[in-house]
Design a protein around this ligand. Structure first.
Ligand SMILES: Cc1cc2nc3c(=O)[nH]c(=O)nc-3n(C[C@H](O)[C@H](O)[C@H](O)COP(=O)(O)O)c2cc1C
Length: 421
């Protein structure tokens, strides 16, 4: 090459002055966002978001479950126009996924839940606010421009629970999601080791952790105090997830509670945290509109089946009688494709948007949603499908379970749990 040719190849990079833009310019996948967020978070927050219960076997399996599938692309079909819209609980969403409920969100970035709801609204997808949010549901509703769902835990104090339901209804939350996989909280060893509480407890060890992350620390100190904003009376006590749920959650929760909730809430009602076909059948018989097959992202009972594996069994058991959502482990567009092709109505994502929030606040959440949207669109084009309906219709020919001994789709054994023998 002549010097002139080399010179022609040199492209000086314009410096990016805005720190968030600079961070996001280097993030191309959810994994990149995760790394960026982890650099900004103290150990307690890193462990709270990434961690799971007990040996974290489920956290790992939720990922490997998706990696087991093979895709069988169908080329030579015009894929110029791709439509990623889907109907989620009766309302059109720009994408076939919603943002899952996550507690303590302002610990990841002080922009917190309002930033997440704004990003979801701008992207045209639903956001589910957690009962243990760090912004109250009224303030989140004020910031929202999109479809809002509210997630409910069953409390010992049933009056408080009924009050939350009424507040959610009065402030425009369209759907109610009852989480049922938390009669007690899984052992979160990372939280205990790091002394993670909300609000943060100041001990020599947590002060050291925070001091190593001055930007996060400055945001926490200059923002409004972190509290369980929806739970009156719990504003001041620092406590971890396990202690909080031991104090507030009701381990006696049963199907009777679900029946009562159905009476109380006339809008779309979704049960989150089922994986067994017999349970989903029972939920359908009580008139719920949908279920989220979920193991809480591996944070509750360790070694629970990955929801993506439970999905075809559930679909065989209940057909199209109710909407079936899947979460836990979705990190890429191809994961969304696999879930939809195996019969999911739609998906929920949790950690991916928290990584975005940690990396860049509201813009980071937007980046996470955009990445998943672009990856989904590209995966559909490369697969040879142009709509979510087509993906579902042709799903069995497009996705193959390559685990040794697996059959592609297994019939339900009526009357039993629903697992094929
Ligand atoms: C940090 C964090 C907090 C969570 N808090 C709640 C919660 O308050 N209520 C709930 O129903 N699920 C909660 N979940 C579970 C999510 O709703 C969802 O099921 C899970 O994140 C899906 O797995 P994924 O993170 O691999 O996408 C939480 C998950 C995480 C990671």
């Amino acid at each position: 090459m002549r010097p002139r040719d080399v010179r022609a190849l040199i492209r000086p990079r314009r410096p990016i002055l805005d720190p968030v833009d600079r961070t996001l310019a280097h993030c191309h996948t959810i994994d990149d966002l995760r790394r960026a967020a982890r650099r900004r978070w103290p150990e307690g927050v890193r462990g709270y978001v990434d961690g799971g219960a007990d040996g974290e076997v489920t956290v790992e399996r939720n990922r490997t479950a998706y990696e087991r599938f093979s895709l069988l692309p169908h080329p030579l079909r015009d894929v110029t126009e791709v439509d990623t819209r889907a109907s989620l609980l009766g309302v059109e969403s720009a994408l076939p996924f919603a943002l899952a409920p996550t507690g303590y969100t302002r610990m990841m970035h002080n922009q917190g839940e309002p930033a997440v709801t704004r990003a979801a609204g701008a992207a045209g997808i639903p956001y589910t606010l957690s009962t243990v949010a760090t912004t109250n549901l009224e303030d989140v509703a004020r910031e929202s421009t999109g479809d809002l769902w509210f997630q409910l835990y069953v409390w010992r104090d049933r009056a408080l629970m009924r009050d939350l339901v009424a507040r959610a209804r009065d402030h425009g939350y369209r759907a109610l999601m009852l989480t049922v996989d938390t009669p007690v909280t899984g052992l979160r060893a990372r939280d205990l080791r790091a002394g993670f509480t909300v609000p943060p407890t100041l001990t020599p060890s947590t002060i050291l952790q925070m001091a190593a992350h001055p930007v996060w620390c400055a945001r926490m100190l200059t923002g409004a105090p972190i509290t369980f904003a929806n739970i009156p009376g719990f504003e001041q006590d620092p406590m971890g997830a396990m202690a909080m749920s031991a104090e507030l959650f009701d381990a006696s929760v049963s199907w009777d509670d679900l029946a009562q909730l159905r009476e109380l809430w006339s809008g779309p009602l979704v049960i989150k945290g089922l994986v067994r076909p017999d349970d989903v059948r029972q939920a359908a018989s009580l008139g719920v509109d949908g279920v989220v097959l979920s193991n809480h992202g591996g944070r509750q009972l360790d070694q629970t089946i990955p929801p993506i594996d439970a999905l075809p069994h559930v679909r065989d058991a209940v057909g199209d009688s109710l909407e079936v959502y899947v979460d836990s482990g979705i990190r890429r567009g191809t994961d969304l494709v696999i879930a939809l092709a195996r019969g999911a109505t739609g998906c929920l994502v949790g950690r991916p948007y928290l990584y975005g929030l940690g990396a860049g606040g509201e813009r980071g959440v937007t980046a996470a949603i955009t990445m998943l949207a672009d990856e989904l669109r590209r995966a559909m084009q490369l697969l040879g499908v142009t709509s979510i309906a087509q993906l579902r219709q042709e799903g069995e020919t497009l996705v193959r379970d390559t685990a040794p001994g697996s059959s592609r789709r297994v019939g339900a054994d009526a009357g039993g749990v629903g697992w094929a023998s």
